[in-house]
Design a protein around this ligand. Sequence first.
Ligand SMILES: [Cu+2]
Length: 232
Amino acid sequence: MLLKSSFILTVIAAASYSCQAQSELKSPQIMTADINMNGIVANFMFSPLPNNGGAKVKVEVKSGLTKKFAVSPTGGFEYHIHVKPVGPGNDCMATGGHLDPTNVGAAKCNPAKPEQCQEGDLSGKHGELKATETGVITPFSYNDKYIHFSGEAATIAGRSVVIHNNGTRVACGNINPYGQSSASASSPDGASKTGSNDGDVKTQGSGASGGQLVATMATVVAGTFFGALMAL
Ligand SMILES: [Cu+2]
């Protein structure tokens, strides 16, 4: 009898903990994209602003964006949020087009009117990544009111950040919840299908997906289990 009531107490405790955990999942959380390929090492951190007011975006480039490498007339690198995750073997072409839930299309983005730009056109709204002699860019940040952490069409979750060199996709990385590493095993053959026109760039393996799916499944399984307990 005593054993039974203590079991019930344990179940109630577990169930209330689970309810709290589930409600926390609904609030926006910090997302990051870690990029490490073709000698380009960079991190993009998206922190939710209050009242669904967009994101603070912090950009850090630790290597690779050299003036020598930059072939665009502007000497800069474009970067965007693309709709799909990175494909197997660091395939940046698998990321699809820009995140564009309002169907702005490829029209040139006017930074003075960011509300009329594609949500994912970060360099259009905030300027290209300026190449440096060393390839390192001092960390900087800005606020973007038009970045979403929820909504099937508009959320940045499960998407990717792609860096371009005069249009060519040179590096990419998945956007994951902060603390959930995107750096996993490098591709077995070391191949990097970036469509790069620079044949001798150094390839460094980096993160793909996988973890996201496992975490989602774990959440679903845990939710179902505790949901059943709460129904007791
Ligand atoms: Cu892009």
